[in-house]
Structures are given as structure tokens and as C-alpha cells.
Design a protein around this ligand. Structure first.
Ligand code: NAD
Length: 371
């Protein structure tokens, strides 16, 4: 199969750019999936892909995901992503990221990059030396810093909307909530939930993180192989993906699943199955969009307060998902996709009206007087 045919089988991408610089050992691919709503924003992942084909599949899949995430979040952003082929522990250098930054710059803002798995703030700083089209740069350069508190706040908003939908009230006071994973997102979420008066049960493969939080807040803990099946109202997956799968789904006792982890459903059919089981699933990319909202604010000129305010919109976005799910009698995972597609169709299809700008230049009165 030829490359073009292969790409078209993975989705309707607008542009795929191969970036190569022999001197610095750069091999990267940038995929722009859709720019109907705005410039394509998505992080740069550095990974030791076994083959170039594997890297291509990943960048095509991830860039498509960003289109849906931005559209569902109500942001004027499109979807894009980049992958750098290489070992992030061994192959990083200033030259590599600056060369990559030049490729990003050549797209003149059609693609805006950010951190992702295998890249860090320092790498973004190198890209920033070559291009303004990068977010997640250090705070001293006007960047937004760590997105996790914003992601966690968005998850909290999504959880409140889900509680309203499932239990009739958006109050989390007294609700039993199991949090899997106490990293950047999970630990911030726990802090928010404490303020809400929820009863929290925590778990992490890292015992130090468990001890720290349970001592700080006097929380119940569970071993990692039991947390998904805890007898709780809400399960908040904040670790890895594919936690809802054939082995776990029938053992889940929670009535709501709402957490920050990406790709929680192993397959789409598991979303249908959750619906049949009466478990309300808050689609991951709708509830974990707070981090993306935060970097979007960075593009407008960063303000932490505005970013925080923006993450409140996850509540309304979730309500729209529920509306579509009821309207079309489908699971929330499909309703989220539909919500994103409807917005892309509607806003992306708006006819461009003449903006009333003119190329004519006028001489001002002041200039005339100065002659
Ligand atoms: P992190 O690496 O800081 O935290 C993940 C935590 O999960 C770690 O403490 C790890 O020990 C724990 N963990 C791993 N496997 C586990 C298991 N089997 N059981 C229990 N705990 C386990 O990552 P993060 O930044 O907190 O992100 C968490 C999830 O949220 C990821 O899926 C990430 O892709 C997603 N996400 C994060 C952000 C963000 O702003 N950081 C934004 C959107 C989505």
C-alpha cells in the first residue's frame, strides 16, 4: 500500500509533514488533522518507535484525537500532533529540538506544538528559540507552566455534571469516590474533592504517593488490583488507559466513571456496554480538556484566573454530551464524538463574510497638518 493510501485509511488528515535533519539526527512527523476551527494544536511526543510506520500510525491517531478534544471543549483550535522518532533518555539535544522548531516555524502557525510523553519544558524552550508557535514554555517567557491543576479542575467540573445526571444533584459531599493514580492530575483532584467533602479512597503503584496523601488527609486506601472494583459511587481513573476492558467491566461497582486518564475505554464497544450496565461514563477527552484550555489561554496572553474560569466550561460541555446521548439514544462516548463533529460542521462550515477591511491608506489630519 502506498503512503497516501495508508494515510487516507487512517482518517481525513489535511497535511502530513516529514521532518528530516541528518546532522542532528532528527526524524519527525507532524500531522495536521483538521483546521476548520482554528490552528492545529497538539503536543510533540518523543518515542522509540520500532518502525516509521508505527510512528505514522501514532501521529495520525493522536492528531485526530486532538481535533475532537478541541472541538468538544468549545475552543477555536484544530487538531494536530507531532512525533519525534528517538529515545527520549538518549537521543535528545539542543540541535534536535531547534531543528524541529524550524520545521514547526515553517508552518507559520498552522500547527502549534506543546509538551507530550517524552518531551519536557526544556525541549519546548529550544523550540521557542526557533519559533513562536509553541506552548507550555516556562512561566518566565509568558508560558502557562504545569497544566495538571487545570486538568484536575476540569475533571471536578465533569464529575459534578455527571453526579447531577446520575444522582440528581451536583453535590459531591458524602459521595464515595475511588481515585486510581495519584500523579499530577490525581493528587490535584484529591485536593479538590477533599474541599467538596467527598469520601475518598486512593490507590497508586507508588506507595510513597499513597502514604503521603493518606497521611495528609486521613484517606482510605486500596491495593492497585482492587481500586477499579471498589464499592463506590464514582470511579476516577487518573493513571493509564484501557482500564475499562473485557476483564474489568463486569466487576466495576461504581455508578459513574469520571477521571483524567486518556483513552479509558479499551474499545468503543465497552462504552456501549457501560450504557447497558447503567454505568454513566464521562468521556475522557471532554473531562480532561482543562489542560488544553490552559494552553489555549497562553496563546491569548496568559492569565491563570482566566484559565481557571475556562475549565468551568467542562460542566456545560458534559451537559451537552448528556443531551445528545438522550436525544440520539446512544452512549456518552458516541455523544461526545457527535458533539465535536456537529461543532466542526457548523462553525467550520460558516461562510466567510467580507470583514470590511480595505487596502486603501488614508492620510490622517495630523499628517496633513505636519506637512
Ligand atoms: P502522572 O504520571 O503524573 O501520574 C500517573 C500516576 O498513576 C502515577 O503516580 C503512577 O504511579 C500511577 N499509576 C500507574 N499505573 C497505575 C496503576 N495500575 N494503578 C494505580 N496507579 C497507577 O500522570 P498525570 O499527568 O497525572 O496524568 C494521568 C493521566 O491523565 C494520564 O492518562 C494522562 O495522559 C492524562 N492526562 C493528563 C493531563 C495533565 O494535565 N497532566 C491532561 C490530560 C490527560
Amino acid at each position: 500500500m502506498g503512503t497516501f493510501e495508508f494515510i487516507s485509511k487512517q482518517g481525513e488528515h489535511e497535511e502530513v509533514i516529514y521532518c528530516y535533519d541528518k546532522n542532528v539526527g532528527l526524524k519527525a512527523i507532524i500531522a495536521i488533522h483538521n483546521t476548520a476551527l482554528g490552528p492545529a494544536l497538539g503536543g510533540t511526543r518523543m518515542w522509540n518507535y520500532k518502525t516509521e510506520e508505527e510512528a505514522l500510525v501514532d501521529v495520525l491517531r493522536l492528531s485526530r484525537g486532538m481535533t475532537y478534544k478541541a472541538a468538544a471543549a468549545g475552543l477555536n483550535l484544530g487538531g494536530g500532533k507531532a512525533v519525534i522518532i528517538g529515545d527520549p533518555k538518549k537521543d535528545k539535544s539542543e540541535g534536535l529540538f531547534r531543528a524541529f522548531g524550524q520545521f514547526v516555524n515553517s508552518l507559520n502557525g498552522r500547527y502549534i506544538t506543546a509538551e507530550d510523553v517524552g518531551t519536557c519544558v526544556q525541549d519546548m524552550e529550544y523550540i521557542f528559540m526557533e519559533s513562536q508557535w509553541v506552548t507550555g514554555i516556562p512561566k518566565e517567557f509568558g508560558g502557562s507552566g504545569d497544566p495538571s491543576p487545570y486538568t484536575a479542575h476540569g475533571v471536578l467540573m465533569g464529575m459534578k455534571a455527571s453526579a447531577k445526571e446520575k444522582f440528581g444533584k451536583d453535590e459531591l459531599k458524602g459521595k464515595r469516590i475511588a481515585v486510581q493514580g495519584l500523579g499530577n492530575v490525581g493528587s490535584n483532584l484529591v485536593a479538590y474533592l477533599i474541599k467538596e467533602g467527598a469520601k475518598i479512597i486512593i490507590s497508586d503503584i507508588d506507595q510513597e504517593k499513597v502514604s503521603k496523601l493518606s497521611n495528609q488527609y486521613h484517606l482510605e486506601t486500596l491495593p492497585t488490583d482492587q481500586i477499579l472494583f471498589a464499592d463506590v459511587d464514582i470511579l476516577a481513573p487518573c493513571a493509564m488507559g484501557a482500564i475499562v476492558n473485557d476483564d474489568t467491566i463486569r466487576k466495576i461497582k461504581a455508578k459513574v466513571i469520571c477521571g483524567g486518564a486518556n483513552n479509558q475505554l479499551a474499545e468503543s464497544r465497552h462504552g456501549d456496554q457501560l450504557r447497558e450496565l447503567g454505568i454513566l461514563y464521562a468521556p475522557d477527552y471532554v473531562v480532561n480538556a482543562g489542560g488544553l484550555m490552559n494552553v489555549f489561554v497562553e496563546l491569548e496572553g496568559y492569565s491563570p484566573d482566566r484559565a481557571f474560569e475556562k475549565t468551568r466550561r467542562v460542566y456545560d460541555n458534559m451537559n451537552k454530551v448528556f443531551e445528545i446521548a438522550h436525544r440520539d439514544k446512544i452512549g456518552t462516548h458516541l455523544a461526545a464524538d457527535r458533539m465535536a463533529e456537529e461543532r466542526i460542521r457548523l462553525v467550520g462550515g460558516l461562510r466567510t463574510r467580507h470583514a470590511g477591511k480595505s487596502n486603501r491608506s488614508f492620510t490622517t489630519l495630523k499628517e496633513v497638518n505636519n506637512r
